[in-house]
Design a binder for this molecule. Structure first.
Ligand code: PMP
Ligand code: GLN
Length: 378
């Protein structure tokens, strides 16, 4: 059998979580909280199930949930997304990313990807016959070099994929990035896929620069988010995509045959819980405190932490500890030091190794303390 994805193996997230389990390491690798979601959410799911809300949801998602998403989007970004025609609930952001790419990328189309990038983008592009065109983010601040992006645009550029707050770096966009992108869209007709799953995790009082705040961008963008991140429910796999009606129309054709619909009781629960605005409005502070705690715990270690402006990931250099590759040090840290991490090079298509690792700090205080104790001994 000729593989359609010859370069794809098991994702680093599965690999490192498995290795952590095998070696009894504290798992700061795969991004997920080790604390539970709000108990009321679980009650709401149970209630929905007990009430018999256990059959297929409408393919685009429960209208009540789409209405709540629309209200949140209006409140936060001043953008009006029509629940009927512009919002689709998906089985995680992963499905939304895949469906958006499959909906618009034709064989031979070029898709500009800023690296390092989340690992699901490129396989989705390749399965659609698209050609990924890579633009490195600047190192070590992971800002976008807009000049380089512009140089990579051709008449074949169908899509630009962006991600702020950024996994794995924790970098966040500024208004100047939205302005630069807007200028490019005035000259080139590409579409935008904006991965905003960490939209509620931007720190130090900065705003989240959503493409939805700029009408010229919103009119050509798929904007993807995930309730897994927002409600500490990564295992529920509920996300959504906001896009203009024309794009949503094509998006839903793919979604309809990819999953058809997303778990009904989960949608009921999230729709009800979205009324608690304070949850997502205080999430940034919640994670900022974890970021600061983790940084203070590592202050006496030999790790050099890079700035973290958003997400629940902290990058670190380890040059004072070892000159191993980032893949090897990640294995070593997991097996020998008892803390599992993610090597950042795996987010680069060519494996470019800048000797930086990623910690996930979406963990209980006791977990962060226990991990830091091990890390400070190195
Ligand atoms: N995009 C990014 C940048 C992510 O970090 C994640 C979560 N790992 C996803 C998409 C996928 O989100 P979900 O779990 O909702 O599919
Ligand atoms: N987004 C998570 C991370 O970056 C992992 C998601 C997954 O395991 N597929 O760690």
């Amino acid at each position: 059998l000729q593989s359609k994805l010859p370069n794809v193996g098991t994702t680093i997230f599965s690999t490192m979580s498995q290795l952590a389990l095998q070696h009894g390491a504290i798992n700061l690798s795969q991004g997920f909280p080790d604390f539970d979601c709000p108990p009321e959410l679980v009650d709401l799911v149970t209630e929905a199930m007990r009430t018999g809300l256990n059959q297929y949801a409408p393919s685009p998602g429960l209208l009540s949930l789409r209405q709540k998403i629309s209200e949140k989007t209006q409140l936060l970004y001043g953008h009006t997304a029509q629940p009927e025609t512009e919002i689709t609930v998906t089985s995680g952001a992963t499905e939304a990313l895949f469906a958006a790419i499959a909906a618009v990328v034709q064989p031979g189309d070029e898709v500009v990807v800023l690296e390092p990038c989340y690992d699901s983008y490129v396989p989705a592009i390749e399965l659609s016959g698209g050609i990924p065109v890579f633009v490195p983010l600047r190192f070590p601040d992971f800002s976008v070099d807009w000049q380089q992006v512009e140089e990579k645009l051709t008449p074949k550029t169908r899509l630009l994929i962006i991600n702020s707050p950024h996994n794995p770096s924790g970098a966040v966009w500024q208004q100047s990035d939205l302005d630069a992108l807007t200028r490019l869209t005035q000259k080139h007709p590409f579409l935008i896929l904006s991965d905003e799953v960490y939209e509620h995790m931007v720190f130090d009082g900065q705003p989240h620069c959503s493409v939805l705040t700029v009408p010229e961008l919103a009119q050509r963008a798929f904007v993807v988010s995930s309730f897994g991140k927002t409600y500490h429910t990564t295992g529920w796999k509920v996300g959504y995509c906001i896009a203009p009606a024309l794009l949503t129309h094509e998006f839903r054709k793919v979604h309809q045959y990819l999953t058809f619909s997303t778990a009904t009781p989960l949608q009921h629960a999230i729709a009800a819980y979205l009324d608690h605005q304070e949850h997502y409005l205080t999430l940034a502070l919640f994670y900022q405190q974890k970021r600061d705690l983790f940084a203070s715990l590592l202050a006496s270690s030999k790790f050099e932490l890079l700035p973290c402006a958003g997400t629940y990931f902290q990058l670190a250099r380890y040059a004072q500890i070892s000159d191993l590759s980032d893949v090897d040090i990640s294995q070593w840290l997991t097996k020998e030091a008892g803390v599992a991490v993610i090597p950042v090079s795996v987010f680069n298509h060519d494996g470019l190794d800048q000797q930086v690792i990623r910690f996930c700090f979406a963990k209980k205080e006791e977990t962060l303390r226990a991990a830091a104790e091990r890390l400070c001994k190195l």
